[in-house]
Design a protein around this ligand. Structure first.
Ligand code: FNR
Length: 185
């Protein structure tokens, strides 16, 4: 049976490097896997008043939760904002985790790619996200780790292509390890 991979990008920027990496990786999955991009930019900020009827829950929440429920695993590709994940990604994590006891993340294998034009590989974002995924019971790929630094040197802002052979090979190794992890679940 076909395995479905949901891809969530932590940047809304049109020429986002994260988006470029995610698009390249989407093509690296083997036969029997299909990828789908799950959008998070239209999710209003989570408010717990949605849960007790104080406020009507946004319709986009149900759409988002159903999209995540429908996939077998999640690939996160994210930049780092102030040594953490962008708020839009944290908000999506929070929306998917509620109502309490009905988290749509539970048990889904995940992989995290963090990227930055800087030199730290967005380690802070990667590990803050990892911390949430531990709590959400998502078995997350541990090795190889993917902290991509200096991305403006090898990703074209014009067409999003990856110009460095070594990076493409590295990303393929992440996909291969992720596929192995998914097969175990
Ligand atoms: C950044 N950037 C950044 N980079 C980094 O390595 N560590 C950081 O903590 C931050 N913090 C940060 C905060 C905010 C609010 C912005 C807008 C940017 C730079 C960031 O890595 C860069 O803009 C990336 O290109 C964003 O990723 P996308 O949009 O290209 O996917």
């Amino acid at each position: 049976m076909t395995k479905k991979i949901g891809i969530i990008v932590g940047s809304l920027r049109k020429k986002s490097y994260s988006k470029a990496i995610a698009k390249a990786m989407a093509k690296m999955f083997p036969e029997g896997y299909e990828t789908t991009f799950i959008q998070i930019g239209d999710l209003p900020f989570f408010n717990q008043d949605f849960e007790d009827g104080e406020l009507a829950e946004p319709q986009s929440y149900a759409t988002f939760r159903n999209q995540v429920k429908d996939v077998d695993a999640i690939l996160f590709v994210t930049p780092e904002y102030n040594r953490s994940v962008p708020a839009v990604l944290k908000n999506a994590i929070d929306v998917g985790s509620r109502p309490y006891g009905q988290s749509i993340w539970d048990g889904k294998p995940a992989a995290i790619i963090s990227e930055t034009p800087g030199s730290t590989g967005a380690f802070g974002a990667n590990h803050h996200l990892r911390q949430s995924l531990v709590f959400l019971n998502m078995p997350t790929l541990q090795q190889p780790e993917a902290y991509l630094g200096g991305v403006s040197n090898y990703i074209s802002e014009t067409d999003g292509s990856i110009t460095n052979k070594g990076t493409k090979k590295f990303l393929q190794s992440i996909v291969d390890a992720f596929v192995e992890l998914i097969q175990r679940y």
